[in-house]
Design a protein around this ligand. Structure first.
Ligand SMILES: *Cc1c(COP(=O)(O)O)cnc(C)c1O
Length: 368
């Protein structure tokens, strides 16, 4: 039995009868950039996220960058984010011209540890970017409270958390801006690149609309220096179809995660947990093992394909030499990086495949 890490081919087979007419409609209208399909998706995604405004952009990386630009964050400003994240989060801060400050994560959820915020704060701090890593929302109440007390913006990196909730509130809807990626492998993925921001602030939405479209407020009028970061209509059409399936797909991810947790309870693996009050959408099912690389090799030999998110932390990357880290050694990020492994999880995984993965892990443990 083969267990792929993601299976977008099976997903395509499941929805192609809905996707093809949606794409044909865009092609027949020849409205390839922005236009009706994008407006429709923006309306539906704002509604889904329970946030007043949505603006589609070219990628999740751009969603983060344009959010910071819209909040007027740039040179001389510091932005705090989680040390354990995909590099795009930190790149956005640096590309906006601001200075990233990396805060360690909590081992129970791998998300930004609010206890370190006070030590990360300086008179230059302007914003915090909590990352809802692996599909679980960070502990937002203390983060929002700290931000309010110190006049900071909060930009949520919800690229891995479409539909996740925290105390009943949707990922992306709690801060000043929520940023999403529609990279194909994400819980909601396009057929190429895509991203979006959601925000409660009409003026921030307006700024992002300008920044995504060459800094244009109306045709050939340019108040700011902007980017070409428009969401393509073909992607929006696919996303509108897939959005209708997202709740079902997230439900199936929860079932897969629950089955892993049940079947792996008697192993030496450290299993992931869901914080009380959270609804997890399981973008990734990340476990820890003391002999991670050997485990991955053994699984690969049985055609079970895993990932590591992320093998080299940001502060150890050449691009980020000298970045400020709180606390200095980032103990949790550093200790867990060589131990974490992401097991296959996606909505098209069968119970049989999950059982096969669990059996393969049991076989590995019995022989080591
Ligand atoms: C995927 C991802 C991004 C970047 O999104 P792209 O669409 O690939 O640019 C940013 N942050 C996190 C946490 C991600 O997982």
């Amino acid at each position: 039995m083969k267990v792929p890490f993601v299976d977008l081919v099976s997903q395509y087979e499941e929805i192609k009868d809905e996707v093809h007419p949606a794409l044909e409609k865009v092609m027949a209208s020849a409205g390839f950039v922005l236009g009706a399909a994008v407006t429709s998706f923006e309306k539906n995604f704002a509604e889904y996220c329970e946030s007043p405004h949505c603006v589609g952009v070219a990628s999740g990386a751009d969603a983060l960058l344009l959010a910071l630009k819209a909040l007027h964050i740039g040179p001389g400003d510091e932005v705090i984010t989680a040390a354990n994240t995909f590099v795009a989060t930190v790149n956005a801060i640096a590309l906006a011209g601001a200075t990233p400050v990396l805060v360690d994560v909590r081992e129970e959820d791998y998300n930004l540890d609010p206890a370190h915020l006070a030590n990360a704060l300086t008179d230059k701090t302007r914003a915090i970017i909590p990352v809802h890593l692996y599909g679980q929302v960070a502990d937002m109440d203390p983060i929002l409270e700290f931000a309010r007390a110190h006049g900071l913006h909060v930009v949520e990196d919800a690229a891995q958390a479409h539909g996740a909730t925290y105390k009943g509130k949707k990922a992306g809807s709690m801060g000043d801006v929520g940023c999403f990626s529609f990279y194909p492998g994400k819980n909601l993925g396009s057929y190429g690149e895509g991203g979006a921001i959601v925000t409660p602030h009409a003026d921030v939405a307006e700024q992002v609309r300008m920044y995504r479209n060459c800094g244009q407020s109306e045709k050939y009028v340019h108040p700011v220096i902007g980017y070409n970061s428009r969401l393509q209509s073909m992607q929006a059409a696919v996303l509108d179809v897939k959005l209708r399936h997202l709740e079902d797909w997230n439900t199936r991810r929860r079932e897969v995660a629950a089955l892993y947790t049940e079947l792996l309870a008697d192993t030496t693996l450290q299993l992931p947990a869901t914080n009380p009050g959270n609804s997890h959408v399981w973008h990734l099912y990340v476990v820890q093992h003391s002999n991670r690389d050997a485990l991955m090799d053994a699984l690969k030999a049985e055609e079970v394909f895993c990932g590591i998110h992320y093998p080299i932390p940001i502060h150890a990357q050449e691009a980020y030499q000298g970045v400020r880290t709180i606390p200095n050694e980032l103990p949790v990020t550093t200790r867990t990086a060589p131990r974490i492994v992401s097991l296959p999880i996606h909505p098209n995984l069968s119970d049989e495949q999950v059982r096969f993965v669990a059996d393969a892990i049991h076989r590995f443990e019995a022989s080591h």
